[in-house]
Design a protein around this ligand. Structure first.
Ligand code: ATP
Length: 371
């Protein structure tokens, strides 16, 4: 519906930011694919907002260059950059109605006939009926949609979103995640979204950059980051990971065989980001929902070729669709397992001896020597 010159993506080259002796962002190279929904994800203080603000022109980089499409904008003020920012505080004009809030950017540029464009934009964010209301008469989610419409009406090449859903309750937040994704798909322009919420980044973004202490630890599609984390930080930040310290026994073909707690584990070469030399240590990871649990008495029924370790159930909690088990095991204390409640074995109670087993394809390997 919106015609946008869509030549703009974002390229950061060696961008850094220091405050006195503190480095908030270490030199960073980052390319945001054109027309993508890109998330900068990380815990509070990791430098994601500073990175966004350097793209917006609200913060001067200490070093490096910022490109928006083919244009170098490193030293351009915010209003001369083809970007717009949506903040957590919607920053709507309280005395103007919704129509005039959205029309503001056009009027400021001296455009007289704004009706069609504003109506189109209000339809895009599904607020066509609310045009004559004042901001305080709308819900938080609706106000945030007005802020998005107001930011998009000037057809920026890139829309920057700084924790835009942070002030909303969980249910509304989930609705707005889908809503923002729909809007981005419809307008097709590049969105760069800052969030500390891993679920939010995974739900919305095509590409996620996971930041930690001023650096991008890993960049990729959500499923790839979840399935193939390359650092312990990413493995633990995106969901729960069980990490087993293991020693490389042998390598051959596409597989690495490791020793752990008297048993052997198999890891696909392609899923190991550690050097994995024979005799070296590797952290072997597996997600809790990939593991099956079998009572030790039935261990003989476990199919061959599965990774397996033994343990004892320390704790279990029923959480509806699944049961969450904590397992004590010689190779990984407090091993977490989420088992679906289908045909649940009544013997799987605290104290029971069990075998945990999983398809080796769901195993990932991390460098045990990293920080
Ligand atoms: P949050 O989600 O809490 O906003 P963030 O990941 O977005 O966190 P930034 O706001 O980018 O983090 O801040 C990164 C680091 O830089 C923090 O440690 C912060 O205290 C520091 N910092 C940010 N702005 C300044 C400033 N103007 N002066 C000094 N230090 C700053």
């Amino acid at each position: 519906m919106m015609t946008t010159d869509n030549s703009g993506d974002v390229r950061l080259s060696g961008i850094s930011k220091t405050y006195g002796s503190f480095t908030a962002v270490h030199p960073l190279d980052l390319t945001v694919p054109q027309g993508s929904f890109f998330a900068l994800l990380g815990a509070s203080g990791c430098g994601k907002t500073t990175t966004l603000r350097m793209i917006a022109g609200l913060e001067d980089p200490t070093s490096g260059t910022v490109f928006l499409g083919d244009q170098e904008v490193t030293h351009l003020p915010p209003y001369k950059r083809p970007v717009n920012t949506v903040f957590q505080s919607y920053a709507l004009f309280p005395h103007l109605d919704i129509f005039e809030n959205v029309a503001f950017g056009l009027r400021r540029r001296g455009i007289k006939s704004v009706k069609k464009q504003v109506e189109e934009m209000l339809d895009l964010v599904q607020l066509g009926e609310q045009a004559r209301k004042k901001p305080h008469q709308l819900s938080g989610g609706q106000q945030q949609r007005v802020a998005v419409a107001r930011a998009l009406i000037n057809h920026p090449k890139v829309l920057l979103l700084d924790e835009p859903l942070g002030a909303l309750d969980l249910k509304l937040r989930r609705q707005m995640q889908l809503e923002l994704k729909r809007i981005q798909t419809e307008v097709g322009i590049t969105f760069v979204h800052v969030t500390h919420d891993q679920e939010e980044a995974m739900t919305m973004a095509d590409t996620v950059a996971v930041m930690n202490a001023g650096r991008v630890e890993q960049l990729g599609a959500p499923a790839d980051l979840y399935e193939n984390p390359q650092t312990t930080f990413v493995a633990n930040f995106l969901g729960t990971s069980n990490l087993i310290e293991a020693e490389v026994d042998s390598r051959g073909g596409d597989e690495i065989v490791l020793k752990a707690g008297g048993g052997k584990l198999t890891l696909p070469q392609a899923r190991c980001s550690a050097p994995a030399t024979t005799g070296g240590k590797v952290l072997v990871g597996v997600r809790p929902e990939k593991i099956s649990l079998t009572h030790a008495e039935d261990a003989g029924e476990i199919p061959a070729g599965r990774n397996r370790i033994t343990g004892r159930i320390a704790d279990s909690s029923f959480i509806g669709v699944s049961t969450q088990y904590v397992i004590d095991s010689p190779v990984c204390p407090e091993f977490e397992v989420y088992a679906q409640n289908i045909d649940r074995d009544s013997r799987l109670v605290p104290g029971a001896e069990v075998v945990l087993h999983w398809n080796p394809a769901h195993t990932f390997g991390l460098d045990a020597a990293q920080d």
